[in-house]
Design a protein. Structure first.
Ligand SMILES: [Zn+2]
Length: 197
């Protein structure tokens, strides 16, 4: 199994050094999309599940880190995978919600427990499945716990190589600051000299 590849968050949020091949298949990107990456839930947050799913969800939301990538590339296979997953999970989500509503409308005081439970289960399964259709899930990218890296799990070798090449380039060509062309004093004199005559 290939090692995860990681890109500095500063690059990703500036749209710098992001390979133009997709992370999952290594094919040329045909969709360029803004993607929101999130950190995986901290291990200790699972200890709160016994207190209730809502507590867990709230703790997750409060402790997660989000990084907005203005550009990330997806190939045709990524796009069809996303469409198929949306359909496959969207159908149970909608049917489940429909069953729940039907059970409640038919007999609000005493809804049929079988309709109610099967509706709730299908709805939850569909909802959880729909989480795998996010762009970040298709890219298999997550923010590292320290918030410094976008970690791509099981990247295609072409994607990993492109990231490695960009990192290598940055290491061998450290940014060179242009020499100052004029001092602040000169700049100030220029501005004030012009406005004040
Ligand atoms: Zn792809």
């Amino acid at each position: 199994m290939p090692m995860p590849t990681q890109l500095p968050v500063t690059w990703v949020s500036a749209g710098h050094g992001v390979p133009t091949v997709c992370a999952r298949h290594g094919q040329p990107g045909t969709l360029r999309a803004r993607t929101e990456f999130e950190s995986a839930p901290a291990g200790w947050s699972y200890a709160f599940i016994p207190l209730g799913l809502l507590v867990f969800v709230l703790i997750r939301a409060a402790t997660r880190k989000r990084i907005d990538a203005p550009v990330w590339y997806y190939c045709d296979s990524c796009r069809s995978m996303r469409r198929i997953r949306r359909l496959a999970w969207g159908v149970p989500a909608v049917l489940g919600a429909g069953l729940l509503v039907y059970a409640l409308v038919e007999d609000p005081a005493n809804p049929d427990p079988w309709l109610f439970i099967s509706g709730a289960l299908a709805g939850i399964a569909g909802y959880v499945g729909l989480l795998t259709t996010s762009l970040a899930a298709i890219a298999r990218g997550r923010v590292s716990r320290d918030g410094q890296w976008i970690v791509v799990r099981r990247p295609d070798p072409a994607f990993a190589a492109a990231v490695e090449a960009a990192l290598d380039h940055a290491r061998s060509h450290p940014p060179v600051l242009p020499p100052p062309t004029r001092t602040h004093e000169q700049a100030a004199r220029e501005i004030f000299g012009r406005t004040m005559g």
